[in-house]
Design a protein around this ligand. Structure first.
Ligand code: SS9
Ligand code: ZN
Length: 343
């Protein structure tokens, strides 16, 4: 299959994050995408294409316009105040504070448009976000044009970003953008299968009251795992979306047998839904050696994931999400893709 990749992701570098009370280098770093790209080459998965450039209208189909317009302004405003380093929020409009007024100052706007401090900005961050968006739309177009599958090698990832907020390394929800784009191009129904270790809270929020996008999520139980405040099994969608959101929270230590049982159940529900196209939020942070995750999948399990998805027999867009065991991220992510292709 074809891969879409942009080198502009690499400008989103040198970020840091708060972990267990310490400031540490960001786990979501440029080498992740570079190692996946070189594995695509060494495995001869197929050609690697540069993205076509897009305006932001497709982003505004799933995100609030004011949020999307805010993103390119962050770092210029930060620098105008004489600051450098990472632009990050430290105050949020949680319960008991007003969430209906957008403040003027950059520190407050960062908090207004986020749910955590996990989506920092450096000088090249907006260009990376935009390139990731261009990558996913270019991948979607390949699938729409008749390719059985394509791989959008997105970085930064997207599934934690909601309609009006960033967080968890995510800014624009690339998978949601692609799903909506397929609908706008004439698809009747789209399924999003999120196999990243973390619950795709942004994707769930965006489509929660809709019947035209089925969202299925396998992830660490939010009672004990990030993003904590969404992802329980009783979240099934609301209104017209009732029944079209499916969560599989799984315990720490989950290995292939239990994880695969959940995947199979999700695939059965997906097939019953009868979508025209599948968008896979492809995180490989389910890996046993992932530094921030608690599942126990092995490298030999990833081709089996791809093979199960192939059995859906539907046009499929793979969208890169998480995976932080950098040494193995290429083997694992591309393992899913070669497994999908039956090799
Ligand atoms: C503290 C842990 C927060 C956020 C993980 C986001 C994963 C995106 N630094 N971890 S796939
Ligand atoms: Zn993740």
């Amino acid at each position: 299959m074809k891969t879409v990749y942009s080198p502009l992701h690499a400008g989103h570098a040198g970020t840091m994050e708060l972990m267990s009370g310490a400031i540490v280098p960001g786990f979501e770093k440029p080498s992740r995408a570079e190692i996946v790209r070189s594995r695509v080459e060494s495995e001869k998965l197929g050609p690697i294409l540069a993205p076509e450039l897009h305006d932001l209208s497709a982003a505004k189909r799933v995100h609030k316009a004011d949020y999307i317009d805010f993103l390119p302004t962050v770092y210029p405003e930060w620098e105008a105040l004489g600051r450098s380093g990472s632009a990050m929020p430290y105050t949020w409009p949680t319960r008991g504070l007003r969430g209906d007024v957008v403040p003027d100052t950059i520190d407050a706007r960062l908090g207004y448009y986020s749910f955590d401090a996990g989506a920092p900005f450096v000088k090249g961050t907006w260009e990376a976000i935009k390139s990731s968006y261009d990558v996913v739309l270019t991948g979607a177009k390949l699938v729409k044009s008749g390719e059985p599958a394509a791989f959008a090698l997105c970085r930064p990832p997207g599934h934690h970003a909601g309609a009006g907020f960033m967080g968890g390394y995510c800014y624009i929800n690339n998978a949601a953008v692609a799903a909506q784009w397929f609908l706008d191009q004439g698809a009747r129904r789209v399924a999003i299968l999120d196999v990243d270790y973390h619950h795709g809270n942004g994707t769930q929020e965006i489509f929660y009251s809709r019947a035209d996008v089925q969202v299925l999520n396998l992830h660490g139980d939010p009672m004990v795992e990030y993003p904590y405040f969404l992802g329980h099994a009783d979240e099934r969608g609301e209104g017209p979306g009732e029944g079209f959101n499916v969560n599989y929270p799984l315990p720490f230590g989950t290995s292939w047998e239990a994880w695969n049982a959940a995947l199979d159940d999700a695939c059965v529900k997906l097939s019953a839904y009868g979508p025209d196209v599948v968008v896979v939020s492809l995180g490989v942070d389910t890996f046993e050696k992932d530094p921030i995750s608690q599942f126990k999948l092995k490298s030999s399990d990833y081709p089996k994931i791809g093979a199960r998805i192939a059995r859906l027999n539907l046009p499929t867009l793979f969208v890169m999400e998480g995976g932080y065991a950098v040494d193995e991220i290429g083997v694992n992510a591309v393992g899913v893709l070669t497994g999908f292709e039956g090799r």
